[in-house]
Design a protein around this ligand. Structure first.
Ligand SMILES: C=C1C[C@]23C[C@H]1CC[C@H]2[C@@]12CCC[C@@](C)(C(=O)O1)[C@H]2[C@@H]3C(=O)O
Ligand SMILES: O=C(O)CCC(=O)C(=O)O
Ligand SMILES: [Fe+2]
Length: 348
C-alpha cells in the first residue's frame, strides 16, 4: 500500500510510449506530432485581448494586510505573485542554474534518468501527456524527496551539488508553504484541529523542474497543456520569460508576466475542495516562443496521503464527497480534468 507520494503515483503507471522525450534541439520545423490546433487567443504579443489588461495581483508578504489580500486574490483569481517572501534570491538562482545545466545535457545523458512507466520521479514528459493527442514542447524532471537516485544516474560521480541545492530548495519552500497554509486555512475559518497536519513529516511535497526549448513555430505548439495541479497550492518560480497563463472566468487566458524575485502562488485541486469551491482551482497552461527558452520550478504542497479531503468551509452544503488524498490521486490518474466533477455532489 502506498505510503509515500511517489508510491501513490507508481500505483498508476503511465503508458510507455508517452514517456520517451524528443531531442528538441535537433528540430528546425514543428513535427506533426507536436502541432496543436491553433487557437485565436493566447499569445503574448496580443496581451490586449486578455481581460482588458488585468493581471494577477502582486502581494507583499510583509504588508500588514497580506492575509486579506491573499484571500481576495485566491477568491478572484486562484493566484497571486508574492514578493518579500523570505526565500533568499541565491536559493532560487541556484536551482535555476542547476535546472539549466540539467536540461542542457545531451539527450542520451538525460535519458539515463528517464522516468519508467511505473515511476514517479526523474526525467521525462509531464504526467498529463497521455491525456492529449499531441505532444508538448516541454521537458520535465520530477523530484519527490531526495533526487539523489535519479541524479546519480546522470552524474555518477558528481551529483552532490544538484542534490543539496534541490533538497535545500524544498526545505525553504516548505517553510513558506506552512506560513501560507496557516493564512489560507484561517481565511476560510478552519479551526486549529484541522490544521494538525501542517508541518508534519508525512505531508505531500514534490518539485518539478520544467524546460521549454525555443520553438520554431510557437503559435502551433503547446508548452504545457491546460491543467490544474494536484496540490493544496503550488509555489512557482519562473525564469524571466513569458509563457505562463491563467484562465479567469470572463477574461480568458491571462498572462502571468515574470517579475524579478517574485514567486507565483496558485491554488490547486485540494484547496478548491477544502474551501468548498470558494477558491477556484487555477487552470493554467504554458505557451512557448521562438526567441528564448523558458525554465520554471514548481513546488507542490499538500496534506498527507491518508488525509481525508472534505469541504471545511460550510456556509452551504458540501459540494464534494469526502475522499483521501491518495484516492483523489488515483481518480485523477485516470480522469484528469474530469476528477472534480466526478467527486462533485451536484448533479450536472
Ligand atoms: C505531485 C505531483 C503533481 C504532478 C504530479 C506529481 C509530480 C509531477 C507533477 C506535474 C508537473 C507538471 C504538470 C502536472 C499536471 C504533471 O503532469 O506532472 C503536475 C502533476 C499534478 O499537479 O497533478
Ligand atoms: O512552467 C510553468 O510556468 C508552469 C509549470 C506547471 O504548471 C507545473 O509544473 O505544474
Ligand atoms: Fe501546473
Amino acid at each position: 500500500m502506498a505510503t509515500t507520494l511517489s508510491e501513490a503515483y507508481r500505483d498508476h503507471p503511465l503508458h510507455l510510449h508517452h514517456i520517451i522525450p524528443l531531442d528538441f534541439s535537433s528540430l528546425r520545423t514543428l513535427p506533426d506530432t507536436h502541432a496543436w490546433p491553433q487557437t485565436e487567443d493566447g499569445h503574448d504579443d496580443d496581451d490586449h485581448h486578455h481581460g482588458g489588461g488585468s493581471c494577477i495581483p502582486i502581494i507583499d508578504l510583509m504588508d500588514p494586510n497580506a492575509m486579506e489580500l491573499i484571500g481576495l486574490a485566491c477568491e478572484n483569481w486562484g493566484a497571486f505573485q508574492l514578493k518579500n517572501h523570505g526565500i533568499p534570491l541565491s536559493v532560487v538562482e541556484e536551482v535555476e542554474k542547476e535546472a539549466k545545466k540539467l536540461f542542457a545535457l545531451p539527450a542520451d545523458r538525460k535519458l539515463k534518468a528517464l522516468r519508467s512507466a511505473a515511476g514517479a520521479t526523474g526525467y521525462g514528459r509531464a504526467r498529463i501527456s497521455s491525456f492529449f493527442p499531441k505532444h508538448m514542447w516541454h521537458e520535465g524532471f520530477t523530484i519527490m524527496g531526495s533526487p539523489c537516485d535519479d541524479a546519480k544516474k546522470i552524474w555518477p560521480n558528481d551529483h552532490t551539488r544538484f542534490c543539496n541545492i534541490m533538497e535545500n530548495y524544498q526545505k525553504q519552500m516548505k517553510l513558506l508553504a506552512e506560513k501560507l497554509t496557516q493564512m489560507m486555512l484561517s481565511l476560510l475559518g478552519i479551526c486549529e484541529d484541522e490544521k494538525g497536519w501542517i508541518g508534519s513529516s508525512n505531508l505531500c511535497e514534490a518539485v518539478q523542474l520544467n524546460f521549454y526549448p525555443c520553438c520554431p513555430e510557437p503559435n502551433r505548439a503547446m508548452g504545457l497543456a491546460p491543467h490544474t495541479d494536484t496540490s493544496l497550492f503550488t509555489i512557482l518560480h519562473q525564469s524571466q520569460t513569458n509563457g505562463l497563463q491563467i484562465f479567469k472566468e470572463g477574461a480568458g487566458w491571462v498572462p502571468v508576466h515574470p517579475h524579478p524575485n517574485t514567486l507565483v502562488v496558485h491554488t490547486g485541486d485540494i484547496l478548491h475542495i477544502l474551501s468548498n469551491s470558494r477558491f477556484p482551482c487555477a487552470l493554467h497552461r504554458v505557451m512557448v516562443n521562438s526567441a528564448s527558452q523558458r525554465y520554471s520550478v514548481a513546488y507542490f504542497y499538500g496534506p498527507p496521503l491518508d488525509y481525508v479531503l472534505s469541504p471545511l468551509l460550510l456556509s452551504s452544503f458540501p459540494r464534494f464527497r469526502s475522499l483521501s488524498v491518495k484516492e483523489y490521486i488515483g481518480i485523477k490518474a485516470k480522469n484528469l480534468g474530469q476528477t472534480l466533477s466526478l467527486i462533485s455532489t451536484i448533479q450536472n
